[in-house]
Design a protein around this ligand. Sequence first.
Ligand code: ARG
Length: 578
Amino acid sequence: MAYTIDRFSAEVTAAIAATGRVPVALIETTTPKPNIPADLAFPAFKAAKELGVAAAQLAADLAAAIVPAKDSLIGVVSAAGPFLNFALQPQHLATAVITEIIALGPRYGHQQEGVGKTIVIDYSAPNIAKRMHVGHIRSTIIGQALVNIFRALGYSVVGDNHLGDWGKQFGVVLASIEREGKPQSSGETALEELEAMYARYANEMKDHSALDDRARHWSLALEHGDSEARALWQWAIDLSMDAAQRNYERLGVTIDHAYGESFYEPMLDGVIQEALASGAAYRDEGGAVVVEELDKNIPTFLLQRSDGGTLYMTRDLATIKFRMDAFNPARIVYVIGEPQSLHLRQLFALVRQMGYTGETELVHVSFGTVFDNKGKPLSTRGGNMVYLEALLDDAVQRALAVVEHKNPELPAAEKQAIAEAVGVGAVVYNDLYQDTRRNITLDWERMLATEGNSATYLQYSVARCRSILRRAADTGSAPGNDPQLFRVLEHPAEQQLLKQLARLPEAIREAGARYAPFVVADWCYTTARDFGVFFEQCPVLKAESVTLRDARLALVAATAQALINGLVLLGIRAPERM
Ligand code: ARG
């Protein structure tokens, strides 16, 4: 599928080539600066140099030689110094863009670049028997947006929730449950109780060797597959996943697999043997398996302790081997906070040395820290940590106040539903509106603002489009659907909006190439602003002619559709009205 914007660019290249004056290999086009009244430019320097002519002369000659076909997307062609500028033909632009958005509907923006390629995305990955904290929240939200974006690009995406469900600490978890009994509550409250039980136990264990022995007993029992230990452990997993599931549903998150660290236990011996055999690791006198400085940026690390215990790293090594065998992915993407970047560099260096991954690309999508509105990083120790369920509840509560204020006359149930979409949307957008590597702040005022770069503003824009369409329907009018009709959309504000709508496919491509959901977020924000300008300058229901009204209604419908498509990629719902 070639989108309007791609067809325009292909037509420009073909038009330059057809003059016979520039070899195709030298035709490279760029986006002109915003103050230039053109949509694509061919800077003639390189070609001119190659051909031994002056760039301005070449640009002028080309401008004179190019006569766009009647139905071409190319409008005015002009030379400006060494640049050859191409403007979109306004009528053809309007016809092409609105037609393709209406035809593709929810698939507008989707494309084929990834067909036949698999990407594994490792995200969310909470730890069992604990609440999901801000780090997991960011991973969950960013990871799901990347899943959506890569699926839209045609990749076959495998999401994997690499649960922290294994390791020595589970001995303590089980021993503390044995001692105090299971919490009777559910959701985040139950996990909070488990965390407290764990902390009490771990604390007392320091001075009571009997408690220490008991924890070790449970840890061994679990490792040896003892049925009581397994059952208790499974109970803790179910409890945690139940709590996670409630939040995932609210966030629109669905993760294909949740193998979890425990899944790899049977493979650990094998990968340790392979690491030894490959020469990447050696066993020291104490019996530990050591990977020594693979290069000077990769400090030494362990794959097995001298007591035979394995590590987080060992399980990540087995995970890569398994993913290669099971999915043969072109890429494996890890959505994990910055503090684990050394861990991943070590892991990636090791698997490359061992030859596990061949051509497969390993990518760390890192993200920054979350700060409270006083500028303090959220941390368990700092006592200001925020957990997922509480965060979403808080957001929805605050959103409800906004909705009550803006639209008090709506039925209570609808207000509640809108508040859910607005509150959750605000949290999601806060994670996605800028480069993931940047830190974010929990600043409700900004997050729920109805103007400015917020999910709320974007949701309002969609609701505004829908309200215009509803009012039109009430008076018996509807968006036009005859492509010839759209030619009347020549007002600068209409043209600006049309060009912006045409760019969605490009934005999705760039977001994928840079692992950057914010590119889609930016596209949504600019679109909403362009729509705002259009709405201010171009009356729709009161347009001066029926033709213009119906064409504008079609533009409004196309805007709503494209904006919704962008928001869907980010995981944000747009309520019918607000
Ligand atoms: N459970 C880990 C944590 O909370 C994150 C796991 C990330 N994924 C991975 N393959 N290591 O820190």
